[in-house]
Design a protein around this ligand. Structure first.
Ligand code: SF4
Length: 325
């Protein structure tokens, strides 16, 4: 469905007046630094890692919300990083994204019905009557039923879970093939997280969708993802089937993330594998392995040489010198 090759995104850093006067060199935030991966049709591919790892930027690049610095994104056989104009507008029907905060994703002055129908209007799809009909169908499909009771309501008149359903309706009304969902359950109550994840699964089956599921919550990713990629400072550290990530994590960073998943046992001891300290600056990532200042298993080679992402078992890729031989 989608193949990303050597994708790079650097954001220039705005300098203050004095800094700009005395230094000519430009600084860049290396948000995504040469990543490659594939997502198969019908798959749910999870992208996990701490804040600042570059996962949201990867999602935005995949749907062309942010232009890439370099690299290719092959979608349905075509490199979409270069296309423009009408072709890009048509492509956006096939690629959709939902954002983390449903409240700020909706215009508070627009009714729910208008917010969803707007996607059809922007793409010049159907007459007003057809747009209304399709919007009501979309509301019913995401469980906001009867649709007529929701169509003229405003976002503040809905609960957090209902607003998240509206976001899904707006993304799916164009019948996309590939959807990026950025932390879809982070802003809803724990009690309705399972409902939202089930809704995603139902829509996937009904509309034959492929997802990129971005999260920092590995506990929920386990229930929905077929494969998971672990990112750190703009790089992939590990990619494997969901089960292998949870039962046989190999990269020390992934092992640390797994140890940090809360367990319902107040006496459980804190694991030494949990990474300590802050994620370093993406402007000047550490040399060699980017994780070496925080890695409990770092050795002499780690600060000198950057590990490559290598296939170490069936469908299991790892970037760590412990496995590079
Ligand atoms: Fe740790 Fe070295 Fe592996 Fe990096 S390459 S994760 S520093 S052991």
């Amino acid at each position: 469905m989608i193949e990303v090759k050597n994708l790079v995104k650097y954001f220039p850093v705005q300098k203050g007046f004095m800094d700009a006067l005395f230094t000519r060199e430009k600084d860049f935030v290396k948000a995504v630094d040469d990543v490659s991966f594939k997502i198969e049709k019908g798959e749910i591919f999870g992208l996990a890692g701490e804040s600042g790892s570059g996962k949201t930027t990867v999602g935005r690049l995949c749907v062309r919300l942010t232009p890439a610095t370099s690299g290719e994104i092959i979608f349905e056989g075509q490199d979409i990083t270069k296309i423009k104009g009408k072709q890009l507008r048509l492509l956006k029907r096939r690629l959709q994204i939902t954002f983390q905060d449903p409240t700020s994703s909706l215009n508070p002055r627009m009714t729910i019905g208008n917010a969803i129908a707007d996607a059809l209007r922007l793409q010049n799809i159907g007459t007003r009557t057809e747009q209304r009909k399709q919007t009501e169908d979309a509301l019913e499909r995401v469980g906001l039923s009867p649709a007529s009771a929701f169509y003229d309501r405003y976002p503040h008149q809905l609960s957090g879970g209902q607003r998240q359903r509206v976001i899904f309706a707006r993304a799916f009304i164009l019948r996309p093939a590939f959807v990026v969902t950025d932390e879809p359950v982070a802003m809803v109550d724990v009690s309705i997280r399972a409902q939202i994840l089930n809704l995603m699964r139902d829509l996937q089956k009904e509309l034959d969708l492929t997802y990129l599921y971005i999260t920092h919550d590995l506990a929920t990713a386990r229930h929905i993802c077929d494969r998971i990629g672990i990112m750190y400072l703009g790089k992939f550290f590990e990619i494997a089937d969901s089960r292998a990530i949870y039962e046989n994590a190999l990269h020390p960073y992934t092992v640390g993330l797994m140890s940090a998943i809360p367990v319902p046992d107040p006496k459980a001891e804190k694991s030494e594998a949990i990474p300590t300290g802050e994620i370093p600056s993406p402007i000047n990532p550490p040399p060699g392995c980017r994780f070496h200042p925080r890695c409990p298993r770092a050795f002499e080679r780690c600060p000198k040489e950057e590990p490559e992402l290598l296939l170490v078992e069936k469908n299991h890729w790892v970037a760590c010198h412990l496995y590079s031989d």
